[in-house]
Design a protein around this ligand. Structure first.
Ligand code: TPP
Ligand code: MG
Length: 361
């Protein structure tokens, strides 16, 4: 009886897909109404982001970047969902979700400063609806419920979207945030990028649930599992989630099935100790860029020449952004005090004077 009930629930979370790994449309009815320019723009962003990822890994190895969490393999999941947003929507990212916030408007050089631990990398430009990437796993889920409730109370017509990983879905904050958003019918969208591992721990070891998407059921919110290597499926699921959130039809949990090709971060984990070559090959066959390129070529919307131009453009932009990051004044102890307080408490004034004196030498 119990098992049967569980099975009935699980059966409702079949993976949603529009493009298969050969770039063929397998779900015509679900095709989004995107113009040729939109489709090209989406591919442009994925290609650009992959080059940026490769450059960031190399810059990190040269000691020119600090903290970096690779994104190759997750481009469709990250950028397909971001493309469904409006500028007025709020993004609450995790540490890996830097591409979404850059395409939402964060200048690239600031993303590099974030990587270097420079405070300017966490100061969002005025008008950019983005919070600093969260390092505490799952904390952004609770914050998103709060931000979404605030947006609703202010009648802003915008949503709050957050990203976490499969590991994030094991945290207490995850359940708390979804439950709160559901209870208040707050316009929130929770994206769990299921890249199959939380550092070295496989998703099967994290939960008895067949899918992460089904965890929406207990919170009384919408849930869907999507092929996270399919940019169109991710786009459609996010767009629909956004509309449901705004129409009062409740928050949504979106689980995107994806894979990170690289290591967890550049801090030194060795993926060969927890993943097999077969598994890597299996996922690389589903690559979002390969399938979307095939889909666009079939429509005469893409060419090698076009792609090469983007690659060159990305490399130039990255070079300029690194230069801008290099040219940014080094952070000082007094900067940290300055950005924390409008009015300095007396005890800190003393320290401030002390450091100012040191720094002026
Ligand atoms: C509360 C908390 N616990 C542990 C960590 C250490 N930690 C950093 S990343 C990570 C794994 C997260 O995996 P997942 O949520 O699947 O995201 P992914 O890195 O795969 O994108 C852990 C345990 C942390 N940052 N915060
Ligand atoms: Mg993960």
């Amino acid at each position: 009886m119990t098992a049967k009930t569980l099975e009935q629930i699980e059966n409702q979370f079949e993976m949603f897909q529009i493009l298969n790994e050969n770039g063929e449309v397998v779900n015509k009815d679900a095709m989004p109404d995107l113009s040729d320019e939109d489709l090209q723009e989406l591919m442009y962003r994925m290609v650009y982001t992959r080059i940026w990822d490769q450059r960031a890994i190399s810059l990190n190895r040269q000691g020119r970047l600090g903290f970096y969490a690779p994104v190759a393999g997750q481009e469709a999941s990250m950028l397909g969902s971001q493309y469904a947003l409006e500028e007025k929507d709020w993004i609450l990212p995790g540490y890996r979700d830097v591409p979404q916030i850059v395409w939402h408007g964060l200048p690239l050089y600031q993303a590099f400063l974030f990587s270097r631990g420079h405070f300017k990398g966490g100061q969002m430009p005025d008008g950019l609806n983005v919070l600093m990437p969260q390092i505490i796993i799952g904390a952004q889920i609770v914050q998103t419920a709060g931000v979404a409730l605030g947006l609703k109370k202010k009648k802003t017509d915008s949503i709050a979207i957050t990203y976490t990983g499969d590991g994030g879905a094991s945290q207490g904050d995850f359940y708390e945030g979804m439950n709160f958003a559901g209870a208040y019918n707050a316009p929130a969208v929770f994206v769990v990028q299921n890249n199959q591992f939380a550092i070295s721990v496989p998703v099967e070891m994290q939960s008895a649930a067949e899918t992460i998407a089904q965890k929406a059921v207990a919170a009384g919110i919408n849930g869907i599992q999507v092929d996270g290597m399919d940019p169109l499926a991710v786009y459609v699921a996010t767009k629909e989630a956004r509309e449901n959130a705004l129409n009062g039809n409740g928050p949504t949990l979106i689980e995107t099935m994806c894979y990170r090709y690289g290591p967890h971060t550049m801090a030194g984990d060795d993926p060969t100790r927890y993943r097999t070559e077969d598994m890597n090959d299996e996922w690389e066959k589903r690559d979002p860029l390969i399938r979307f390129r095939k889909f666009l070529e079939e429509k005469n919307l893409w060419s090698e020449e076009k792609e090469n131009e983007i690659v060159e453009q990305a490399k130039e932009d990255i070079k300029a952004a690194i230069k801008e990051a290099d040219d940014t004044p080094k952070q000082k102890v007094t900067d940290f005090i300055d950005i924390m307080y409008e009015e300095l408490p007396a005890n800190l004034q003393e320290q401030m004077d002390e450091y100012r004196a040191k720094e002026s030498k």
